[in-house]
Design a protein around this ligand. Structure first.
Ligand code: LLP
Length: 391
């Protein structure tokens, strides 16, 4: 997105955003599908030969999913709801990797009946549950073991998943018990992969490098016992910058991430898989919201907009920074808090930022909201969900 004649414009066609959104009377997520395609292609090229399964949780919008499917992506899902959405958008069961710590019997049975490509197992009881269900259904489950390598990737604690006190994945010390279980269900389970996902918004890779090394040893040990093992799924997690626009530095981080991945894993001669979400779509979306009031107090100036924490929860939940840009830029600026209508003081988008001197009725874009924006929206305070449009 860039300014042309002081108007915020979208995508290669450089369409001004204001006429597209002005009449909806509701906060609205706008997604630029050309940018999604560019990001997908850049990541595919960097991670040569890796099959990318898009993390549907980051943006389940049908337009986004159909676009990614048309480019050759698979889907990484974490619920039956996401499986259904992926199927509706043209993915086949063979395009789907199913992760998550709490898969219910019903969800697993549906996944097995559908013939989902790969189920990433997160605990011993889940593996047993799959073994029993697959036997009952006369199916052969294709599973990967998600291991927890206990490494720190220096991200917000709420989105770190690869430390031993996180609920995700299984510790290395569990491997003998897992092997025993796999052998006792050899009629109903094929071990096809190992997987990891260390967390999200990773911008530094020493923990990731260490995790790959640890997991590679486990892969080799397991391969000696399970000839069906052929896939290494190294998860998602590559981060982006929210506080500035520096696509060049992001590109160099992508290259570094790819280099570390491929250097560690190429000699395994296995199929490589990844589950990126944020990196593909965050920059490709913005939440557009209209200014309702400018409220002055003795302490602050508040810009009160019609979107709230229910529409985009990232600032409230993770103290995430999202740049806020006016759809029409003006010369004067003021220092403000941008807040929503929700009855909580955690309902803010930015504090003490310098913003174009907007007035009641003007629109602003909350940038880089294409990932974990709409997908985490709620109807708290019985506010309506935002709209979405794909361009
Ligand atoms: N694979 C698994 C198993 C995951 O749990 C996730 C994200 C991904 C892949 C994709 O990660 P990504 O490439 O998007 O970092 N709501 C938080 C992020 C939560 C991420 C949850 N898992 C946020 O808004 O920052």
């Amino acid at each position: 997105m860039e300014y042309i004649n002081n108007e915020l414009c979208l995508g290669p066609l450089k369409k001004p955003l204001l006429p597209l959104v002005a009449n909806y009377m509701r906060p609205i997520y706008v997604y630029d599908l050309d940018s999604v395609a560019q990001r997908y292609q850049a990541m595919s090229q960097a991670l040569k030969g890796t099959r990318l399964f898009f993390a549907v949780k980051s943006n389940p919008n049908p337009g986004v999913l159909q676009k990614l499917k048309s480019l050759g992506a698979g889907a990484d899902v974490v619920s039956l709801g996401e499986i259904k959405r992926a199927l509706e958008c043209g993915f086949s069961p063979q395009d789907i990797v199913y992760s998550g710590v709490g898969k219910t019997k019903f969800e697993l049975a549906e996944a097995l009946k559908l013939g989902i490509y790969q189920i990433n197992v997160e605990s011993l009881p889940e593996l047993e549950r799959i073994g029993v269900l697959a036997r009952e259904l006369n199916k052969k489950a294709q599973v990967a073991l998600r291991l927890n390598p206990d490494v720190d990737i220096n991200t917000h604690p709420y989105i770190a998943t690869g430390l031993k006190d996180n609920k995700f994945g299984m510790e290395r010390s569990m491997v003998p018990a897992l092997v025993k279980c796999l052998k006792s269900y050899s009629d109903s389970i094929d071990l096809v992969g190992v997987s990891l996902h260390l967390g999200s918004q990773m911008l530094e890779f020493s923990g990731y490098d260490e995790a790959l090394k640890r997991l590679k040893t486990v892969y080799l040990e397991l391969q000696a016992q399970f000839p069906t093992l052929k896939k290494f799924d190294f998860g998602g997690g590559l981060g982006i910058f929210y506080d500035r626009v520096d696509l060049q530095l992001e590109e160099s981080l992508l290259q570094k991430y790819a280099q570390i991945t491929l250097e560690n894993l190429s000699d395994l001669n296995c199929e490589l898989q990844a589950e990126p979400g944020r990196w593909l779509v965050a920059h490709c979306g913005a939440l557009i919201t209209q200014v309702q009031y400018i409220k002055e107090t003795s302490a602050k100036t508040f810009v009160i907009v019609d979107a709230g924490m229910n529409h985009l929860i990232r600032p409230s939940l993770y103290e995430a920074t999202h740049r806020i840009e006016p759809l029409k830029r003006k010369d004067a600026a003021f220092v403000v808090d941008v807040v929503g209508p929700i009855c909580e003081s955690s309902d803010f988008f930015a504090k003490e930022i310098s913003l174009t001197k907007v007035q009641e009725g003007d629109f602003v874009a909350i940038m880089d909201s294409g990932a974990y924006g709409y997908s985490m929206a709620s109807v708290y305070n019985l506010q309506e969900l935002p709209l979405e449009i794909c361009i």
